[in-house]
Design a protein. Structure first.
Lengths: 199, 199
DNA sequence: CAGACACTAACACAGGTGTGCTAAAAAGAG
DNA sequence: CTCTTTTTAGCACACCTGTGTTAGTGTCTG
């Protein structure tokens, strides 16, 4: 009988409007009304899908990471272990306009999450994602190790953390100075780092 | 004749109150009134030293980097070139509560600066600081090179950027997961990275 | 003390904030 | 078409926002 709308889709549309607002004017400007205007709906419409603002913020944040995760899960790379590893890691880095936007928003969320003391949903989520990326680094290095292409005598745990830090640093630099630290340069630096780990 | 107050000192006190608010409740909560309350003064007093909010924000941001710069300039390290290099780089990393607080606030400013389109003061400042840190990495690696302790055949430009990215990545990780990525671990990872560059 | 400065208190303004509520419009299956 | 369910627009509320302004009180120094 009733009009059926996919709630999930609507929520994602609204969350993406939130992204645009955050990216254009900062998280301080992300009010229910500005987001509604950005999405092209009334404020009431937004509040139909998100009763309160915190829910919206959390959802929008989780959507960022969901998008990244989906891209990674959908990856089917052929080639050497090294090629595969690089390809996976590139998916996390701001190598095109979309991913740069993602990272900008993600950065804003991290900063906001830092502020919320105690058991904050935002904070827990940042933690989870952070762990997730480390696990990705871990499994990739492990794959390289099992393929026998790694240098002998490497402290793998340490290399995982070093790689992880480098990834996040590169992403940050790609966001701060996209001109200097462009996609090509990022790729180059990442590849070079991996190569220093190879035998 | 008059009561003389060092304006600079007062402005710094207020800026530090801004830091605490940003760190505790996020940049969204950093209003003139909340900052005044945090500083223990009336809103009028704050506005006596900062006619508008943007000025306060900019000043507070520049104060963060000024503190870091002052610490670095004041450094007098003895020891090997390597020791000196490590010691300098550590000054930028969130290795104690104070520096962790600094970095949290700095992160919030970076995220905010990302949003401000066009010629934003915040953005210019982030750029400047970013360049400054790269130059520090550059001069430290150059010093190592001239001391002849570096591996032969290194692409110095590349290594500067890699080190720079690693530094920022480590700082980020120290902020996100201070338990896992504590001071000792950060130092260890940094030292290890430098060691991979040595002959 | 005198006088220049530091600061407070209080108000005003126009506008934005999250949230709660209500009346109406839309929409599709029977 | 009808009727039930969604979906929407819009108003209301109390409060916070940055920025002005004004008048008055402290407070220290020469």
């Amino acid at each position: 009988m009733p009009k059926i709308v996919d709630h999930e889709t609507r929520r994602e549309e609204i969350a993406e409007a939130l992204w645009r607002v955050v990216r254009r004017d900062g998280i301080r400007a992300a009010s229910v009304r500005t987001i509604a205007a950005e999405a092209g709906w009334s404020a009431g419409a937004v509040r139909y899908y998100f009763p309160d603002q915190d829910g919206l913020l959390n959802f929008a944040m989780e959507l960022v990471t969901r998008r990244v995760t989906e891209r990674i899960d959908a990856l089917e790379v052929k080639g050497s272990v090294t090629t595969i590893a690089l390809r996976y890691l590139e998916e996390v880095l701001p190598l095109d306009a979309d991913r740069r936007a993602e990272f900008d928003v993600w950065l804003a969320f991290i900063a906001q999450a830092r502020a919320e003391t105690g058991v904050s949903t935002l904070r827990q989520h940042v933690d989870k994602v952070h762990d997730g990326l480390r696990e990705l680094c871990d499994s990739l290095l492990r794959a390289l190790d099992q393929a026998g292409v790694l240098k002998a005598g490497l402290d793998l745990r340490r290399e995982v953390e070093r790689l992880h830090a480098l990834i996040d640093g590169l992403a940050l630099h790609g966001a701060i100075q996209p001109d200097r630290t462009g996609p090509a340069r990022i790729r180059q630096l990442l590849r070079h780092h991996i190569e220093t780990l190879l035998a």
